[in-house]
Ligand binder design. Structure first.
Ligand code: MN
Ligand code: MN
Length: 462
């Protein structure tokens, strides 16, 4: 054997989807991206993602599930948890004790939430006070158009749904920034200190009520407009859940249109493939479940996050309805924690360890462990499970790569994997590499998104 043959036989080289597949596959990926773009624009918040996903599920014959109801093979159900977290499942033909195949992605993204008493007036302008949600680089959110989404609950319990800034005829909102001419002192501060959270105030008005200047008349005018449109008063903000997100639409990026720019790829870029993968199954062998979780960006706490007992409750109910022991079902279940990874960025090469960082367009990323500083807080998936998944993806021709989130001791991050693994369910992270993760406008590669879809489908059928 000459050196070239031996190298081919023994060495592992990462190759891109473009190198490993053909034009037909790339075309399919570009087609798939159209549906994804529509999903992104319709689902900018966790509530909107739940609503849109339910519509898509209903169109495929999924029905609402009530805890305790009987189940049989072929049944397709969804469980809407408080309009912020969604479970979908399809009952397989195999005995339930063979386990459930679970795909778990999250549908919340970093954003700016309104405080309970948000409205004030100063300097001829009215503003909203915010408290940011999730990990953001604050400087990225100023001087950019924002839209307002969410729900206001009146004291009689009736909800008012809000969505302003997405329609081209809507106004948008804005965070003021300092002009460079006066920015010399700010420029000397470290990036993380130059934009304190209390300066992320949203510009919402400047016209006084009845044209009269004087105390609070701009604030009053703003509230009068909100009363006319929504019938709400300032007090109703006390019981609202309002989120400011970038007002941009999803667009292709680059002359070749091979990348997608959008708000909220993390983690809709995994939620959409996980969702469309389960919607495509009709009579699967394994029972399948897709989880679209809330609150991942704030630590998965609360009754709509993955630390909630609801996942266990649903597995218990499904198991018992089909005559299985829930502990056996969990023991034999397998989960893909479907979440994004970083993509190597040559503009910030120092932050990455190139040999072990996911590369853009090299396929879906299998992340054995996350965590930070000595793998702290990671679910480090065992080699047997990772090896099983490798075989599944290889046999299905899925283009995949491994990945680690940045350099050792350079940062790190977590996912929902450990919360699911703690229930005695085999779990590993699998997702799409992202450029500028958590920025108002993030970038992914169309071919990676499609490989994620193919991976979730292969996992469901294996
Ligand atoms: Mn994520
Ligand atoms: Mn994130």
């Amino acid at each position: 054997m000459n050196k070239q043959e031996l190298s081919k036989k023994l060495l592992y080289t990462k190759k891109s989807v473009y190198e490993k597949t053909d034009a037909k596959r790339i075309e399919a990926a570009f087609d798939y991206a159209k549906g994804y773009a529509a999903y992104l624009d319709a689902a900018k918040t966790e509530r909107e993602a739940v609503a849109v996903s339910i519509e898509m599920a209903q169109a495929k014959g999924f029905k609402p599930y009530t805890i305790g109801q009987p189940l049989q093979a072929g049944d397709k159900y969804y469980y809407n948890n408080r309009n912020k977290n969604l479970f979908l499942f399809v009952i397989g033909t195999e005995p339930i004790e063979h386990g459930i195949r679970i795909n778990a992605a999250h549908i919340d993204s970093p954003r700016l939430d309104l405080k309970p008493c948000p409205v004030y007036e100063d300097g001829g302008m009215s503003f909203f006070k915010t408290h940011y949600y999730g990990g953001i680089r604050k400087y990225q959110w100023v001087a950019t158009p924002l839209s307002l989404h969410g729900v206001i609950v009146r004291n009689d319990g009736t909800p008012v749904t809000v969505n302003i800034g997405e329609d081209d005829n809507d106004p948008v909102f804005y965070i003021n920034d300092l002009l460079p001419h006066l920015g010399h002192e700010t420029d000397k501060k470290p990036l993380g200190e130059a934009f304190p959270g209390e300066k992320l105030n949203i510009l919402i008005g400047s016209r006084p009520y009845d044209g009269e200047a004087g105390s609070e008349s701009i604030k009053l005018n703003t509230l009068a407009l909100l009363y006319d449109k929504y019938g709400i008063t300032e007090e109703d903000f006390l019981t609202a859940e309002l989120e400011l997100v970038p007002a941009f639409k999803t667009r292709d990026i680059g002359f070749d249109r091979a990348l997608i720019g959008a708000y909220g790829h993390d983690d809709r870029v995994c939620a959409y493939p996980a969702l469309t993968a389960i919607l495509a199954e009709n009579a699967p062998r394994s029972t399948l479940m897709c989880v679209l979780a809330d609150k991942e960006e704030t630590g998965s706490e609360g009754n709509t996050g993955m630390k909630s007992l609801l996942l266990l409750d649903l597995i218990n109910e499904i198991s018992l309805a089909l005559g299985g022991n829930p502990a056996t079902v969990r023991n034999n279940s397998k989960c893909l924690s479907a979440d994004v990874s970083c993509a190597y960025d040559p503009n910030f090469a120092d932050a990455f360890e190139k040999r072990n960082t996911p590369m853009l367009s090299c396929g879906v990323v299998l992340t054995k462990y996350t965590g930070a500083r000595g793998k702290s807080s990671t679910n480090d998936a065992r080699a047997e499970y990772v090896g099983w998944l490798r075989g599944v993806m290889d046999r299905a021709g899925v283009v995949w790569q491994t990945g680690e989130l940045g350099k050792v001791d350079g940062g790190g991050g977590g996912t929902v994997a450990k919360y699911i693994a703690n229930h005695n369910i085999e779990t590993v992270d699998l997702g799409v590499p992202v450029i500028s993760m958590h920025a108002p406008y993030e970038v992914v590669s169309k071919v990676d998104v499609y490989e994620a879809y193919l991976a979730f489908s292969a996992f469901s059928r294996a």
